[in-house]
Design a binder for this molecule. Sequence first.
Ligand SMILES: Cc1cc2nc3c(=O)[nH]c(=O)nc-3n(C[C@H](O)[C@H](O)[C@H](O)COP(=O)(O)OP(=O)(O)OC[C@H]3O[C@@H](n4cnc5c(N)ncnc54)[C@H](O)[C@@H]3O)c2cc1C
Length: 374
Amino acid sequence: MKQDVIIIGAGVIGLATAEQLLLQGVKVTLIERNEIGLESSWAGGGILSPLCPWDYSDDVNRLSHYSAQLFPQWTSNLYKASGIDPEYLISGMKILSFVDKKIIENWCLQYPTKIKYLATSHTDTHLNKKHYPGYRDQENNSSILMPDIAQVRNPRLLKSLHIRVLQLGGKIIENCVVNQINIRNHNVHSLTTAQGQIFADYYVVSAGAWSKALLGPHALGIEIKPIKGQMLLFKFNEPPITNIMIKDNVYMIPRQDGHLLVGSTIEDVGFNKEITITARNTLMKKAREILPLLDKMPIIKQWAGLRPATKKNSPYIGRHSTLSNLFMNAGHFRYGIVMAPASAEILANEITNHSQKIDISPYQPGSAFRTELQ
Ligand SMILES: Cc1cc2nc3c(=O)[nH]c(=O)nc-3n(C[C@H](O)[C@H](O)[C@H](O)COP(=O)(O)OP(=O)(O)OC[C@H]3O[C@@H](n4cnc5c(N)ncnc54)[C@H](O)[C@@H]3O)c2cc1C
């Protein structure tokens, strides 16, 4: 079998990249070790912004800000084509921890975003008090609301992408691990997979936290490692809050059908997805401070996912520094959902030689290799 492009890994990044390439007329095959979309992309919360964006580098902000703007059109097209609603929702994000107005105002000059500083009484309007009298307002007026921040529902986004890729003529091979990348003359010659050798003109590594291991000796300066995140799920009859809420790095995401996600831990424990009581207790303790009523609610599910973290704290998107037909789209750490459509657009433009809409130099894998050599 020979394809134009083979993409290794069918999380949100691999699927979105496949969709973009297919839309540009490229023949694409996705190879996934398990079933599609069951790793980090399934586990994530779906907030379409870094948590407190001013705490992050320009490389993270530039890409996530640009990408978030692609979501309304992208998800609406996906919904129309697939019949599955990714539940794009502008729910607003409220930050309940102390914030420094100066830092935020400086950040807003660069990344124009609506911000509302909230007096204590305003916080009431974001809670259905009739049903949840235990809610405790914040004791000061340092909370802010970013009313335009949106969310998606990851499993639904993944389902709609899956259907869309098939509709556009993409091939998806599931339960097929790629064991080795075979090189000949500074090019990828083939992949050794559980189903034999596979060939293409171009190859894309979008294997999330496993990308470095897959590259083996060809990882060069590319540093990607798993960082575990655990989440809790609750179910209310109706959403107990309307905004995404963040306090001291713990967040709550209300879904429209009453599900409430609480996340997430940040654990550097290797390729280990075990859920723990310690994580549950830590998340519960902080979540109760925002919504004391959670004490009375059963946790209906707890899970963990492995975020693909990089040393430089932003993803690798572009051509490999020494293998000319190999491309990377990996290392999106805590922002892979929000960055997905822009990352896919950038990589597809790289492969098909189209111009880019933003400066992509910070994301080029070659820059990691050059830095290491200096
Ligand atoms: C708890 C948690 C909360 C998060 N919250 C948010 C959020 O609110 N907003 C946001 O933007 N981001 C969030 N993220 C981050 C986001 O989910 C990730 O950055 C994103 O899912 C990464 O997507 P991916 O496709 O690169 O990786 P993955 O989804 O992990 O996909 C990689 C795929 O590659 C496959 N694979 C690996 N090795 C091989 C191989 N050798 N052969 C074949 N296939 C292989 C894997 O099976 C997997 O399916 C969160 C993550 C976690 C864990």
